[in-house]
Design a protein. Structure first.
Length: 774
């Protein structure tokens, strides 16, 4: 860096000396245009990238350029001669060396452009320095805009955290398979976000093999222990929403899921997938900010303080602070044993025995027989045609059938970007999304584990059929106030927290979408101090499968997997070879978030970043529509208010109300408003709900409680159509900037040849395919 900087200083000095002492007898031809001029000749434009430094600086000759100059015939005049002493030397010095002069210059013009030699030399030096600094900076900003927030040429890994994404990427760079990268990223996430997932939970993989063209699902979700309480579900009402306690622990399936996926699709040695996370734990690990946020949550803190997790996450009576030292030697030792001995050390060996003993001391029913009997299930993925794409998603008890049902219904409404141009189009689109989510919620209770309930196979196939989708569309009207029975909603509880997801897209086109969870934050809040493992509370999900109008859910069956909202999915366009790898976190919000990300990307024309960043709607089991705080910002551009179609209810002018919308005479709850040009807020202060919106479905919208939702993340999404052929400017950018400026300045002095080298280097990053491996 120091030598490059010295070279730049020498180049600037030589440029200043040469241009200050030069008095050429001819002036450059008429191609000497402003750096910011839209019709700037190709040569000048390439150097300047149209950076606006001296806007008034125009050409000084109102004549056609000679044939020898590669500039186009452009006629211009001096718009502001007062600016020429500042601007023209830069314009002239750049273009003169690229377009050599071919005709003499009248003395008056020569004096105007090149007079005041001593002053010009100082001004030139300052402007040269400005060019060397400003031009690269502006070029970089343009690169970022053109290339997107992050672009990858060959492969990508998206996890909950940068450190875990980096670990997955490193595995790919070591020639690991996408399954290898996924396992390594998941092991890391269990350390970085232990509130969401870990070795004490379960995982579902959806795996696409580009060589065979096949998609399979590995379901390693937890199961009901053989010695579980048959009356467990009578305690659902008291346990919700967190479900703490050892009675809710399911048999962990995480590690056997990893082992099966690695056996079928792994490439690197098993031990290599654990080494990065072991090094992370042994290297002075500190509390991540997200974990600290959960630890300090008023909603979670009392339960944490009363649980066995206190010894891990509390310093005395206070939760650990962000970046506090976080020694976790028990988990590090467990990972070392698993890396060396395989997953069987957990299921049939000493790790399993220690885990079972620790759980038993806290009242749990988990046994070594339960661990030894656990086996992941390998099944075909559900297939749902969605126009050009086919959705591949896990079958029951995972949520793929519900996801496919929703997208299949919405496909019939011909959603497109054109709807976003009209206020009534936006209202209609979101109305259809909300109503479809309500009908989907009414089907969730049907999707139990087909191994324990064979009738579920027929139910899931019916959900994906066009006949049911057509029937659901026919039952929709412009109302939003139907009874729960209209949709089949059971009115059971919800949880909108927990879970983690990893998406991996490999260089050969293979892909993995994997979702892992211990269920609600910190699972059962039961800790095994000898293994460092947090246990799940997955049996709580059995409470959600209550049929409408019934009492308790059916009794759990030993070995049964609870129903789940996890939908690790891959969408493939066979004609284009394009893939969308997607999944989410956030409990019951997962399906809502994934649906809207897919709709945004596939049908509304959003780029990938916008598709996953857009705020979402969600319908809970009581039929209430919830939305993220920023949802009110999603609105059409200002324009004339459309006229009301026949039968539509005029939207009332919103007011700041002291009671929920729908209770006052000016609101008409349950009717679709088609007359609003934009969405308007109505604040519900006393309920602490923030901004609720009365412009779409009066009385039905409520902001999601921030204590319950930490973002439903359909954010770990990859689309190979967005893997642009460019690389990001990162750690090498400082050296690159200095070298770039040096080459350009030296190139100017040598009639432009070197300048073209510098420009070609810069433009190559976004304008042509890169050889960068990642």
């Amino acid at each position: 860096m120091r030598s490059a900087s010295s070279a730049l200083q020498r180049a600037l000095g030589e440029a200043a000396a040469l241009l200050a002492t030069s008095a050429p007898s001819t002036l450059p031809p008429a191609c000497l245009l402003s750096i910011s001029e839209p019709v700037c000749p190709a040569a000048c434009k390439s150097i300047s990238f149209q950076v606006s430094i001296c806007p008034p600086c125009l050409a000084v000759l109102p004549v056609d350029p000679p044939a020898t100059c590669p500039c186009p015939p452009v006629r211009s005049s001096v718009s502001s001669p007062a600016h020429l002493p500042l601007c023209s030397p830069v314009c002239l010095s750049i273009c003169w060396h690229i377009c050599p002069p071919a005709s003499p210059l009248p003395l008056s013009h020569r004096a105007m452009a090149w007079g005041r030699g001593a002053t010009i030399s100082l001004v030139l030096l300052g402007l040269a320095l400005a060019l060397a600094i400003i031009v690269p900076a502006v070029v970089l900003s343009r690169h970022r805009a053109r290339c997107g927030p992050k672009a990858f040429a060959h492969a990508a890994v998206a996890a909950d955290s940068k450190v875990c994404s980096d670990i997955g990427r490193a595995i790919l760079q070591q020639q690991g398979s996408p399954v290898d990268a996924t396992i390594a990223a998941l092991v890391c996430t269990g350390v970085v976000n232990p509130q969401s997932m870990g070795l004490g939970g379960g995982v579902v993989f959806t795996i696409y093999n580009a060589t065979t063209g096949k998609v399979e699902v590995i379901n390693a979700r937890e199961t009901v222990p053989a010695g579980g309480d048959p009356d467990l579900l009578s305690g659902c009402e008291q346990a919700l929403p967190l479900g703490t306690g050892s009675q809710w622990i399911g048999v962990p399936g995480e590690l056997r899921g990893y082992a099966e996926a690695h056996r079928r699709h792994g490439r690197l040695p098993w031990v290599q997938l654990f080494q990065p996370t072991i090094a992370l734990l042994r290297g002075g690990y500190r509390v991540p900010p997200v974990l600290s946020h959960f630890l300090h949550s008023d909603f979670l803190r009392p339960s944490l303080n009363a649980s066995s997790l206190r010894q891990l996450f509390f310093n005395g009576t206070e939760p650990l602070q962000p970046h506090d030292p976080f020694p976790w030697p028990a988990l590090a030792a467990t990972l070392e044993v698993v890396a060396a001995e395989g997953a069987e050390a957990f299921y049939t060996g000493r790790l399993g025995r220690m885990l079972v003993e620790d759980v038993a001391k806290q009242g749990g029913q988990l046994t070594m027989q339960d661990l030894a009997a656990f086996q992941p299930e390998v099944v075909d993925a559900l297939q749902v045609p969605l126009g050009d794409f086919t959705l591949y998603s896990p079958p029951p008890p995972a949520g793929g059938a519900i996801l496919g049902f929703i997208l299949n219904v919405l496909r019939g409404f011909n959603l497109s970007a054109e709807l976003l141009a009209r206020p009534e189009g936006i209202v209609s689109m979101y109305h259809h999304i909300v109503e479809t989510l309500k009908f989907a919620g009414g089907q969730r209770w049907r999707l139990w584990d087909p191994r324990s309930h064979p009738e579920v196979q027929n139910a899931s196939q019916a959900l994906l059929g066009e006949e049911l989708a057509h029937l659901i569309r026919q039952q929709m009207d412009d109302r939003g106030d139907h009874q729960l029975s209209h949709y089949g909603l059971a009115g059971a509880g919800d949880h909108c927290m927990g879970t983690s997801h990893v998406s991996v897209l490999a260089e050969d086109g293979s892909a993995v979408s994997a979702t892992s969870t211990i269920n609600t934050p910190f699972g059962a809040m039961v800790y095994s101090p000898r293994t460092g493992v947090l246990l799940n509370n997955e049996l709580l999900d059995l409470c959600w499968r209550r049929p409408p109008g019934s009492g308790e859910p059916p009794a759990p069956v030993p070995g049964e997997r609870p129903p789940s909202s996890m939908v690790p999915s891959i969408l493939i366009n066979a004609a284009r070879g394009s893939k969308l790898v997607i999944g989410g976190a956030g409990g019951e919000l997962i399906i809502s978030a994934v649906v809207q990300a897919v709709v945004n990307k596939l049908w509304l024309g959003f780029d990938l970043g916008a598709a996953i960043a857009a705020p979402i709607l969600h319908v809970n089991s009581q039929g209430r529509v919830e939305y993220e705080p920023s949802f009110s910002q999603v609105r059409p551009r200002a324009g004339p208010r459309p006229s009301c179609p026949p039968g539509a209810v005029p939207c009332p002018r919103p007011r700041c109300c002291s009671k929920p919308p729908g209770e006052g005479p000016s609101f008409r709850p349950g009717r679709l408003c088609l007359c609003r040009a934009e969405l308007s807020p109505c604040t519900r202060r006393e309920q602490g709900m923030g901004d609720a919106d009365s412009g779409l479905w009066p009385g039905r919208l409520a902001q999601v409680d921030q204590e319950r939702v930490f973002r439903a993340a359909a954010s770990h999404t990859l689309h190979d159509g967005d893997l642009l052929p460019c690389v990001a400017w990162d750690s090498f950018s400082g050296v690159a900037l200095v070298l770039w400026a040096s080459v350009v300045i030296l190139g100017i002095l040598s009639r432009g040849a070197g300048a073209w080298v510098g420009i070609s280097f810069s433009k190559h990053l976004c304008d042509s395919p890169t050889k960068s491996p990642w």
